[in-house]
Ligand binder design. Structure first.
Ligand code: NAD
Ligand code: MG
Length: 393
């Protein structure tokens, strides 16, 4: 039997859907993993439960008052409690950490993930927004600091697995699969009336709110195309999307000789998460085997970019280059938030993003500060368009 040193793990965004699933995997392998740091934003209660169970040396939350309350209610003097962005950054670069799981949602993940990259960590990356906003900068920093980025996103994990031992120069295309989300069968007219509740009911995956809305608009797939462009260093014109409603084939790689490799499995995030935790090893998680006979036929079709314009907007943004993907991401985050608050209709999400992209005069960037400035500006512009939209009612 091979013996492994116990890996010290930090989880950024431990209370989210990916964070919780990561801890479910880790809990199965106490001899392999030791949790040394956990972070949350507002969900202090769940973080406290996790701290009791995993006994990390450090935890952080978003706000000072939550940190102070937690110090009292947790009653674990051995656990250091921090708050705010500074402490989050420190956690991401923790000296003892062997692996940092980046599972904060949205633009808030960029700065801490970059801190882990600059500290030369191995990173299990779920936060796709990091690569959408600043992919070139992050990948260059990773190369410079010897940081290793292992994808958690199921499509990218699939591609990563299909590329193991292959020469990247021999790749012809990457084929990302998309479930199509809960609205794929609807007409545009019917989509105009959907509620946040409808959008949060994903047919195949159980995920956080923001990514569930992104899946319903197909923006998630757009963000993933950009994520793949940077992770695998391949031009976007060689990244194709296919709608595959059964969510069994998680993505594919086509090589120059015509061979296509696919990675398959049940739609359960614990599969790509466990691979990112143990790579290049595999963990015997005992998850349910894939029953292909009873999954029915596997089908594939081209995405309908007319009914789902967010996907084309993402291609447009990455083809434009520079900071345009950061603008796309910021406008999307603001629009999704407005949709969740019922201040914006579902179809207007794409409208807001389109208007914000054409309004902004974007340049190339050199530093993360450039990216953050553009992110803020784009949010402001998008909010302006949203309030105009609201006035129409
Ligand atoms: P979630 O909303 O369930 O959890 C988000 C986590 O981020 C929480 O722990 C929250 O406390 C933390 N957080 C939120 N705002 C923060 C802030 N401003 N500062 C610090 N922490 C903050 O999200 P999720 O569904 O787990 O997704 C996390 C990331 O993983 C996203 O980028 C998503 O696109 C990606 N991802 C998720 C899934 C999935 O199955 N959920 C699959 C693939 C990729
Ligand atoms: Mg995905």
């Amino acid at each position: 039997m091979v013996s492994h040193a116990r890996q010290k793990v930090v989880i950024l965004g431990a209370t989210g859907s990916v964070g919780v699933n990561t801890l479910r995997v880790i809990e199965q392998f106490p001899e392999r993993f030791e949790v040394i740091g956990l972070t949350a934003y507002r969900n202090v209660q769940l973080l406290a439960e996790q701290a009791r169970r995993f006994n990390p040396g450090k935890i952080t939350v978003g706000r000072r008052e939550d940190a102070e309350d937690l110090a009292v209610s947790l009653g674990m003097p051995s656990v250091q409690i921090g708050f705010g962005v500074e402490d989050l950054i420190e956690m991401a670069a923790l000296k003892d950490a062997d692996l940092v799981v980046s599972s904060i949602v949205g633009a808030a993940g960029l700065v801490p993930t970059l801190a882990a990259v600059n500290a030369g960590k191995r990173i299990a990356l779920a936060n796709k927004e990091t690569l959408v906003m600043a992919g070139r900068l992050v990948m260059e920093a990773a190369a410079r600091h010897g940081a290793e980025i292992i994808p958690v996103d199921s499509e990218h994990s699939a591609i990563f697995q299909c590329l193991a031992g292959e020469d990247k120069k021999k790749v012809r295309r990457l084929i990302l699969t998309a479930s199509g989300g809960p609205f794929y069968g609807l007409t545009t007219e019917n989509m105009d009336r959907v509620t946040p509740e409808d959008a949060l009911r994903h047919p195949k995956w159980d995920m956080g709110q923001k990514i569930s809305i992104d899946s319903a608009s197909l923006m998630n797939k757009g963000l993933e195309v950009i994520e793949a462009r940077w992770l695998f260093d391949i031009p976007v014109d060689r990244i194709q999307v296919l709608v595959h409603p059964q969510s069994i084939v998680h993505s594919m790689v086509e090589f120059v000789d015509g061979s296509v490799l696919a990675q398959m499995g049940n739609p359960d995030m614990r599969v790509p998460i466990s691979y990112a935790l143990s790579y290049p090893d595999r963990l015997g998680t005992g998850l349910a085997p894939l029953d292909l006979v009873n999954k029915g036929p596997l089908t594939f079709m081209p995405p309908d970019q007319e009914r789902f314009p967010c996907l084309s907007l993402a291609y447009e943004a990455i083809n434009h280059g520079g900071l345009m993907p950061a603008v796309l991401n910021a406008a999307n985050e603001v629009a999704v938030e407005a949709f969740l608050d019922m201040r914006l209709g579902f179809l207007e999400i794409a409208e807001i993003i389109r208007k914000t992209m054409s309004e902004m005069d974007v340049q190339d960037y050199t530093t993360v500060e450039d990216v953050l400035r553009t992110d803020l500006k784009a949010r402001k512009v998008a909010r302006g368009f949203i309030s105009e939209q609201v006035k129409k009612y």
